[in-house]
Write a protein that binds this ligand. Structure first.
Ligand code: SN0
Length: 318
């Protein structure tokens, strides 16, 4: 692998999950693989789990890691092509990415969507430019439309805990106070479709995800109906794709509670974090036995390590 930006970059997701689970059992077997190789982790937005789990994964592989919060510590970045830079932006992504490529063997890059212009966000313009101009393998640390390391960790979590071959997995919309990206939901959906589970998406009207991410999933606006018999419930807020970037309603009744859990098959409840307690997800679920949020966070390390390992193996061949 030389690019990890979506499920489509992975030849065999089950092999990648198996690699992650094996690394979880023996984290240091490849500690020579990354020797004298540098990973750059570049953030244009905040991070806790992605930054530290990917850093830990790289250290387990013997890599050196450099982290930069480019939005706060770097020069104001220009991403538009062909403009005269006589305003507030100081450095163009063409040079910035090129420079980072000179210093790093692999780069992780995070850039959230603007949630203003749908075409711009869904063309993944900033992420694609970064990949093009840095010239080295890139791992997405969440781009405008996807968060693949999170989805891989989610798949690992389900594969570890599922009791049936094809569990029922429900992605449910949750309330929030501000418009959030569709990235986590999109990405989870495309990985679940690839995993070929019994996959259902439920959300209020107006919150349809882009068709290319919904794929073959069953979609319903009736949350109770969706939750019936679920083995895993994935909770996430997202803003509207259709009325792009907007919060259309904020119906508190969509929050997962223990009462709703009774409809499920004693489901494991998942969330990528950070989570707003008492708004997106109830305290009782987060503090109760069904919460899998820390399992997911733990699996972020092995997801990142499996991806970095696959890229390092390719680099060492060339
Ligand atoms: C991000 C998102 O894409 O939804 C990152 C999730 C991994 N989440 C947020 O930005 C949460 C912000 C908030 O105010 O709760």
């Amino acid at each position: 692998m030389k690019l990890f930006s979506s499920v489509h970059d992975v030849a065999d997701i089950h092999q990648l999950v198996a690699s992650a689970i094996s690394l979880k059992q023996k984290p240091y077997v490849d500690e020579q693989l990354g020797k004298h190789k540098t990973l750059g982790l570049i953030f244009l937005n905040p991070s806790l789990r992605t930054r530290l789990s990917t850093q830990k994964a790289a250290l387990n592989l013997g890599m050196q890691v450099m982290v930069m919060n480019l939005d706060k510590e770097g020069w104001a970045l220009e991403t538009q092509d062909g403009i005269i830079m006589n305003g507030t932006t100081v450095e163009h992504i063409r040079e910035a990415a090129g420079v980072l490529g000179e210093y790093c063997d692999i780069i992780g890059f995070r850039s959230f969507p603007g949630l203003v212009n749908r075409e711009e966000d869904y063309s993944e313009e900033i992420f694609s430019k970064f990949v093009k101009f840095c010239g080295v393998p890139v791992v997405s640390l969440e781009s405008a439309t996807r968060h693949p390391l999170q989805s891989l960790a989610d798949l690992i979590t389900i594969e570890e805990l599922k009791k049936t071959e094809k569990p029922k997995v429900v992605l449910t919309w949750a309330p929030h106070v501000k418009p959030l990206p569709q990235a986590v939901a999109n990405s989870f959906a495309e990985w679940m479709n690839k995993a070929d589970y019994d996959f259902v998406i439920t959300h209020p009207e107006g919150y349809n995800l882009a068709p290319e991410f919904v794929g073959s999933a069953i979609v319903t606006n009736n949350q109770d109906e969706a939750l019936a018999g679920a083995d895993f419930v994935y909770v996430k807020n997202w803003s509207s794709y259709e009325d792009y970037g907007k919060m259309l309603i904020n119906d508190d009744s969509w929050m997962m509670t223990n009462e709703k859990l009774k409809l499920t098959n004693n489901a494991g409840v998942m969330h990528c974090l950070p989570v707003r307690r008492g708004l997106e997800l109830s305290h009782e679920i987060l503090d109760g036995p069904n919460s899998l949020v820390l399992n997911q966070a733990n699996n972020r390390v092995w997801a990142a390590q499996a991806v970095l390992k696959s890229i390092l193996e390719r680099i060492s061949l060339t």
